[in-house]
Design a protein. Structure first.
Length: 235
């Protein structure tokens, strides 16, 4: 394809699989490549955003980092969907729980993604757009969790533009039943919808915003493997 490589991805067309499993941390993508892929080949190191293509149980798949926040995941997923022929993107990442019955290590399958971002403004909608997951992926992810005995909840997440915030804004999201806060899924779901493709966000609770509990950066990188098991089951 004439538009590849892109300004942010150094791969040629055909070097990336139609399904990409993405993580914010490029080192988590490297970890997935080493743990889950047979004969992985690196296709990207532009800006240190590592990407690899290989096979998992005979099925071709790519893994790649997407960085932090909606602007970053917005760029990478737009290029994957629109320039590389990617059909399905699954985000595996961390999230902060804002519900008392959602604990460290639990999984969150994002049915929908609220946001305080203006990412949607580019589409010039005459109302409020609600970004949602692909139902078939979401259903299969829940079935996998049930089969493997993983603790999880399906529901709304908040994709926030801010990690450090001046205002204690979580109370109203809690009242509306939002499960957890992360920073990317809303943009992923919007890019998928606009390009006519599929997406799903699966997060592991790494912090509890109410209780103050948290996990280490190393644990987030190398021990949150249940969400990866679920993601690779969707191939």
């Amino acid at each position: 394809m004439a538009k590849t490589p892109t300004p942010h991805i150094g791969a040629k067309f055909g070097e990336i699989a139609e399904t990409v499993i993405m993580a914010g941390d490029p080192l988590r993508a490297k970890f997935m490549a080493e743990k889950f892929l047979e004969t992985p080949v690196q296709f990207n190191n532009v800006r240190g955003m590592l990407g690899f293509t290989g096979t998992h149980q005979g099925k071709r798949v790519s893994v790649m980092g997407h960085g932090m926040g909606m602007p970053s995941i917005g760029i990478y997923t737009y290029e994957l969907y629109n320039f590389y022929g990617v059909k399905t993107i699954i985000r595996v990442g961390s999230a902060g729980s804002i519900q008392t019955d959602l604990h460290l290590g639990d999984l969150v399958i994002a049915m929908g993604a609220c946001t305080n971002s203006n990412y949607v403004d580019q589409y010039e909608m005459a109302g409020t757009y609600a970004p949602i997951a692909d139902f078939s992926l979401m259903r299969k992810a829940a079935e996998t969790c049930d089969r493997l005995g993983y603790t999880y909840k399906v529901g709304n997440v908040l994709s926030s533009d801010t990690f450090y915030t001046e205002n204690a804004h979580n109370e109203n999201w809690i009242k509306m039943g939002v499960l957890a806060v992360e920073m990317e899924i809303a943009a992923l779901y919007m890019n998928a919808a606009r390009s006519g493709n599929r997406a799903l966000g699966i997060c592991t609770v790494s912090d509890h915003i109410i209780t103050g509990e948290s996990t280490s950066a190393e644990a987030r990188q190398t021990t949150f493997t249940q969400m990866m098991d679920v993601a690779f089951s969707l191939l």
